[in-house]
Design a protein around this ligand. Sequence first.
Ligand code: GLC
Length: 734
Amino acid sequence: MTQKELSQLLKSMSIEEKINQLLQLSGSVYEETGVITGPVAQMGFDQNNMPAGSVLGIVGADKLKKIQKEYIEKHPHRIPLLFMADIINGYKTIFPIPLALGCTFEPELAEVSAAIAAKESAVSGLHVTFSPMVDLVRDARWGRVMESTGEDTYLNCCFAKAFVAGYQGNNVMDKDKIAACVKHFAAYGAPTAGRDYNNVELSERTLRDDYLPVYQAAIEAGCALVMTSFNTLNRVPSSGNKKIMREILRGEMAFEGVLISDWAAIEEMVCHGMAENRKEAALRALEAGVDIDMMTPCYTGNLKNLLEEGSITEKLLDESAMRILQLKNKLGLFENPYKDADSKEEKRWLLCQEHRESARKIASKSFVLLENENILPLKKEGEKLAFIGPYVENKWIYGAWSIFAEEKDCVSIKEGIIKKIGVTPATFALGCDVLDEGQKIADFASHVESKMTYKERESHLKDAVEAAKTADKVILALGEHAAQSGEAASRAEIRIADGQMKLLERVYEVNKNIVVILFSGRPLDLREVKKYAKAILVVWFPGTEGGNAIADVLFGDFNPSGRLAMSFPYSVGQIPVHYNEFSTGRPYKETEGTRFGSKYLDIPNEPLYPFGYGLSYTSFEYSRVIIDNTKLSFGGYIKASVQVKNTGEYEGEETIQLYIQDVSASVVRPVRELKGFQKVLLKPGESREIVFGIEEMMLKFYNIDMNYCCEPGLFKVFIGGDSRTQNSAQFYYE
Ligand code: GLC
């Protein structure tokens, strides 16, 4: 439809029809269960009377085509329904969780995984995904760090753009493309005390320097929707926050697309204490420009009344209704309401071998080798190997947000190992459960808890120790339960379960050659694990092909190249801990040995493993940093370069990282910030020159007057293999 036709359509719609376009209901209203509960029941809707403009969380080509057909036939203006869902790291073929993807330092892989997710979703009838989640994260207690690509603004901007490109392509109307929804606006990743849904207090400067750029990157990449965040930002709930929604999002960032609330976030303004009731919540949300009310009767129950009493204008209502019609039009739904839904294509593409191979390769690239005392890679023969632990046969390895994934489609470690080397050289033992006795965690569907009795635990532990006794090497597959990260899964202690620690200690008593494979949705406190392991391979939640990808890396068919996108704290007491911290007036290195320095009495300042860190089966050597000019002037350009050499025996990928420090400015600046990275594959003995361009844009920040600019002065350039590199040069910006 043309814009003119859309305007005519809007004009012909009744007030109720316009308001109904602003409602989104869960697809459960269509599920055969028939028992309608919660907000849907309160709104008096059911399968036969479902006027919402969009639904979320229901999938399947034939099912959605049937729903769409019946919906349009009943709709007075035959306006099609929008189908949305959380496709976070894949639809049926599941890729590594986004935090793992961030560790690849290859945004291109996010584009590939998003394009495959879009294809599988589109043929299954979906139009929109609630992804990418781009919240900056610096607090491993928060369970949703698993959905982010980490602690660095620049890296997250690169990934945000890549995700949007993968989902949307050049035009969301194109075949196998879906609209993306960047979330959660804004700064949801910084909840006080790492507790989900908690208040976020950020200075304007921190908000603008560190948090907002990533949402902006997604919007500049054309992201079709934005989702509000649950949190209050400086005590104002996002869904009613006119400053960030009207002034910043719609004004400064020039976002013209659909702004959708998070689940029930409009109504939650009552609990937050910024609305007395649903009516006031509806008023504040519409004034802030929130177009879709996800799963509450705030809009449908109050907007007509607010209109009649003159609290809102029809113009305000029309603005939101028009943006929703425009989104449906951008997807081509007026001409083809079924878009790409096709059950034959579903059978052809979902979990096809091509997608599985892509998932396997990306998973291998997302793993981070934290320790390796020459124990990896394993030999495919001639070594007796014992694979022990609760993740040896576990197939729930796709993370907390893979709603449509199925365990049966996943490859366990045991399956991957047997496929790779057969059975003879390997034994397998459970050892313990993922969760400890009595640990019960609510999950999307119901809850998870250990079913293992005390006797069973003792017996599995005994069998595991026996298996370890006779092995040359023990591979212990440990880690968090998938339900221990994701939404509403904050943890105050971030260690592995006591039962797993006991297994590790008991195995260590009989065999010192231990490799730990760690499944996790967040950085964990690995101080104790490190004492007993000769190697630690973090595999996060690797997705459908996890077992094959792990086998590829363990046996050297893939040389691990992941680098941490989020610091592993020495202990939870350090949190928030991130590489781009501030020097303080008494930096530890200046005050070491004295009392009066910025430090802890009981632990070091540094994280256990820093941002950008990761090992390889080979080694790399860097030359000193060469810069072609020590002065950068307005509009100028400096080249900074290093020679990188593979000094080991394996071909391997190295991620060369460029950091810049603004040594002195009108406000203090981080000790360094990532401003570039390049990943190169080098053969043994191969050396290559890596060149970075440095220009003024990279030096900008919000100065003492809150002007976004760069200031003259001394800058340091660091180029190395992680955020601790001291390989540096310096220049002046004049
Ligand atoms: C959830 C999440 C959000 C998700 C939405 C729809 O509560 O916060 O990320 O997209 O609801 O499921």
